[in-house]
Design a protein around this ligand. Structure first.
Ligand SMILES: *Cc1c(COP(=O)(O)O)cnc(C)c1O
Length: 375
């Protein structure tokens, strides 16, 4: 049995007619510059996240960058974030001219440890960027309290967290703004590049509308130095169709996670936690093991594709050293990077596929004790 890491063909088969019709309608209208689909998606996604505004942009990376700028992050500022994330979190901070200051993660949630944030605050700190990694929310209440106390902005990296909630609030409604990615493999994925910022701050929303379109609110008048980062009208048409299915898809991801939890050998691998009142959207299903590389190889040779999110923390990436941003050790981040393994996770996974994956993990521990002890 071959089990891919994600299966976008299966999803496409389910929605093909609606997607093709939406694209055809958009093309018939030929209104491709921030047209009705972009405006409608912005309204619909803001409603989905229970925020007042949503602004469509070119990618999740741009969503972060533009949100940082709209929240006042400027050259010379420091932005507190985590190293256990995709590189784009830090890239966006550099793009805004600021410097990322990495703090360690909390071992159960894999997200920013609020207890580490206070010590990282300096007079140059301007913002905090917690990441809701794997689709699981960061512990936002203590982070928001600190931000309030020190006058810092909070911009969520919600690029993996469409549909996640924290104490009843959408991941898009936590902090001053949140950045979403519609990269093809995300919980809500386009058929090209796209992103979105959600916010309930009208000034932040209108600044991003100007920045995403060459610093222009009115044709031929440029009131700021912006970029070209508009949401593509065809991607918006596709995303509007998919948004209608998002909650159903997340419910299926959650059901699949429960099956994994019940079938995997709990004594041998660590499984994702879900604290009461926090809703995991299971963009990724990540387990922990002392024998990660051997288990990954074992699964690969049995047709099970896996991933590592992420094997090298940002503070250890060559680019950080190259630009003089080497930072001291982050022990939990570094230890997790050696232990984590992402198993196949998507709404269309079948029971038989999950049983096969879990069965292979069980066999690894049952049949090859010597291998896993020496791995
Ligand atoms: C995908 C992702 C991004 C970047 O999104 P793009 O749309 O690929 O630019 C940023 N942060 C995290 C955590 C992501 O997973």
């Amino acid at each position: 049995m071959e089990i891919p890491f994600v299966d976008l063909k299966a999803q496409y088969q389910d929605i093909k007619n609606e997607v093709l019709e939406a694209i055809a309608t958009a093309l018939d209208g030929m209104n491709l510059f921030l047209g009705e689909n972009t405006r409608a998606l912005e309204r619909e996604f803001a409603r989905y996240c229970e925020t007042s505004f949503a602004v469509g942009v070119g990618s999740g990376t741009d969503a972060l960058y533009l949100a940082l700028r709209a929240c006042g992050v400027a050259p010379g500022d420091e932005v507190i974030t985590v190293s256990h994330t995709f590189i784009a979190t830090a890239e966006a901070i550099f793009m805004a001219g600021a410097r990322p200051v990495f703090v360690d993660i909390e071992p159960k949630s894999y997200n920013m440890d609020p207890a580490q944030v206070k010590a990282a605050i300096t007079p140059r700190s301007r913002a905090i960027v917690p990441v809701h990694l794997y689709g699981y929310p960061a512990d936002m209440d203590p982070i928001l309290d600190l931000a309030k106390e020190y006058g810092l902005k909070v911009i969520s990296d919600a690029c993996q967290a469409h549909g996640a909630t924290y104490r009843g609030k959408s991941a898009g409604a936590l902090g001053d703004a949140a950045a979403f990615s519609f990269y093809f493999s995300k919980n809500l994925g386009a058929y090209g590049e796209a992103g979105m910022v959600t916010t309930s701050d009208e000034e932040v929303a209108s600044k991003i509308r100007v920045l995403r379109d060459h610093g222009s609110a009115e044709k031929y008048s440029h009131t700021d130095i912006g970029v070209n980062s508009r949401l593509d009208e065809l991607q918006a048409a596709v995303l509007r169709v998919k948004l209608r299915y998002l909650d159903e898809w997340i419910a299926r991801r959650r059901a699949n996670a429960e099956i994994y939890n019940s079938l995997l050998p709990g004594g041998s691998v660590g499984m994702p936690d879900e604290f009461p009142g926090w809703k995991h959207a299971y963009h990724l299903y990540v387990i922990e093991t002392d024998h990660r590389d051997a288990l990954q190889q074992w699964l690969g040779s049995r047709g099970v594709a896996t991933g590592i999110h992420y094997p090298v923390p940002i503070h250890e990436q060559p680019a950080m050293k190259r630009y003089g941003h080497a930072q001291g050790s982050l022990p939990i981040t570094e230890s997790k990077a050696r232990r984590i393994l992402s198993l196949p996770m998507y709404p269309e996974l079948t029971m038989a596929q999950i049983q096969h994956v879990a069965g292979c993990v069980q066999e690894f521990y049952a049949e090859t004790p010597a291998q896993h002890i020496n791995a």
